[in-house]
Design a protein around this ligand. Structure first.
Ligand SMILES: [Zn+2]
Length: 465
């Protein structure tokens, strides 16, 4: 349904491998030549190598800077659409007072986003220019010579450091910003437990996966990309299937839908479209926030639709069935399957390109590390690959927005367009969503079409009926 932000398993691998990059990034060139050999040609070869490493270093800096500029520009474009007065197209959705509140919320989040992104950008540049990654690499090398442990420790240190830096900001976000706008339900206890569980999961799943990939790299040579891809695919499929059984229960309670009017209404609809009622669960989203949501997840026998308790609290039975119909639409149109397949193909491409570059000492050299190593190679590759990743992300968002329209159409034709519209409007107002995002921001970042576009599309479906 609307802003569904649960972790998509196929992204987990990329997040685990590339997350350090988005938070802090890599080091500077250090052109101390330790090559000997008096022959002029040999010197030329060596100097050529270092020139290339230096060029690569500057490319990495440019990518980092351009990425920051693009993101801040998109953010700025969004602010040009803020307004104090209720815009015409939003009339009838937002009450003027709620609208003002939503604008305040957007502005606060914008300012906060500027601050946090600037800090991570500066941290990243500092790490790159001052050779921070080479420094961490040096420390790790004094602890162990085992490449698997080296990689785990290297990414562990970066991950932990960036988490420690970002924690005060997420405390502020949860307990000051979200609190001020009436969203926060997270207790300090829940917050701390979430952190600890997050670290534990990161260590087990992230550490395990990294260990496996390094081990495959060490032992399979030219088949690395194919076997690595296979291993990650198995992991992805497993996580897609069992995410709701293994990961979600660590953070939330999921209960089958209670007996009553809602269950009866839903049952009538699910029988009509052929979806098993036992696959519908209610989750205690109210444990952390008053914001509401619903999502479809899993594959095959492990598929399920999850409704937030906060959603059930505020919507009529018809609206809830409409939301559910939308989620069933995702299932009927095989969107999760499509997403999983696209994710697997993308992982294959990443592995193949990675295998071409990761063994090249130039990558490590570009980050100021003399000795070529897998973890530094991955880090440098991650940054060099980020423009490609951004383009793929945009393509995935285009597919996703297309799927949202298609699930809306399913709900409008099989159930009721008016109820879906009411549900979507209520959700947007309750979550203080931005109803007038800049088209460029939508194009790059939105996995769901903005509300007004969805309402228009549902109207068209309704008139066609
Ligand atoms: Zn959806």
């Amino acid at each position: 349904m609307p802003p569904t932000d649960f972790i998509i398993p196929e992204r987990v691998i990329l997040i685990i491998i590339l997350s350090p990059i988005s938070i802090i990034s890599s080091p500077g060139t250090n052109c101390s030549t330790n090559g000997s050999g008096g022959l002029l040609t040999e010197l030329l070869v060596i100097s050529d190598f270092y020139n290339m490493a230096e060029t690569l270093f500057y490319i990495i800096i440019v990518i980092t800077v351009v990425d920051f500029i693009v993101e801040r520009t998109l953010d700025y474009l969004n602010t040009t659409r803020f307004s104090e007065q209720l815009p015409k197209e939003v009339e009838g959705i937002y009450h003027p007072d709620d609208y003002r509140k939503s604008q305040q919320y957007l502005k606060t989040n914008h300012t906060f986003g500027m601050l946090t992104s600037t800090i991570s950008f500066v941290a990243m540049l500092a790490m790159l220019v001052l050779g921070g990654f080479a420094w961490i690499d040096g420390i790790v090398r004094t602890w162990t010579e085992n490449p698997v442990w080296m990689t785990i420790l290297f990414f562990g240190i970066i991950g932990l450091a960036s988490d420690l830096i970002s924690t005060p900001f997420s405390v502020y976000d949860t307990f000051v910003i979200e609190e001020k706008f009436g969203f926060n339900k997270t207790t300090p206890r829940t917050f701390i437990l979430d952190k600890l569980k997050g670290w534990l999961l990161g260590a087990i799943i992230g550490g395990g996966l990294i260990a496996l990939i390094v081990w495959i790299y060490q032992s399979t040579g030219e088949w690395f990309w194919l076997i690595g891809w296979g291993a990650v695919t198995v992991f992805t499929l497993f996580m897609t299937m069992f995410y709701s059984n293994l990961i979600v229960p660590l953070f939330n309670k999921q209960t089958p839908l209670e007996e009553g009017a809602l269950r009866d209404a839903i049952s009538a609809f699910t029988v009509k479209v052929g979806f098993k009622l036992k696959n519908i669960f209610v989750i205690d989203g109210s444990k952390r926030s008053t914001k509401a949501n619903a999502y479809f997840t899993g594959l095959g026998p492990k598929k399920r639709i999850v409704l937030y308790d906060t959603l059930i609290k505020d919507h009529t039975t018809n609206e809830l069935v409409a939301v559910l119909a939308h989620e069933i639409g995702h299932y009927k149109k095989k969107h999760t399957l499509l997403g999983t397949v696209l994710g697997i193909i993308q992982t294959g491409i990443v592995f193949y390109i990675l295998s071409l570059f990761v063994g090249n000492p130039l990558l490590s050299q570009a980050l100021g590390v003399q000795q070529g190593s897998f973890h530094i190679g991955i880090l440098a590759f991650g940054i060099l690959y980020s423009p490609v990743s951004m383009i793929l992300g945009i393509l995935m968002n285009i597919v996703s927005r297309h799927n949202e329209f298609s699930a809306d159409r399913f709900a409008a034709t099989k159930f009721n367009g008016e109820s879906l519209k009411e549900a979507l409007k209520k959700l947007s107002v309750k979550n203080l969503s931005n109803l007038r995002p800049h088209p460029a921001v939508v194009f790059v970042h939105y996995s769901h079409p903005p509300l007004l576009e969805r309402l228009k599309a549902i109207d068209k479906t309704d008139t066609k009926k």
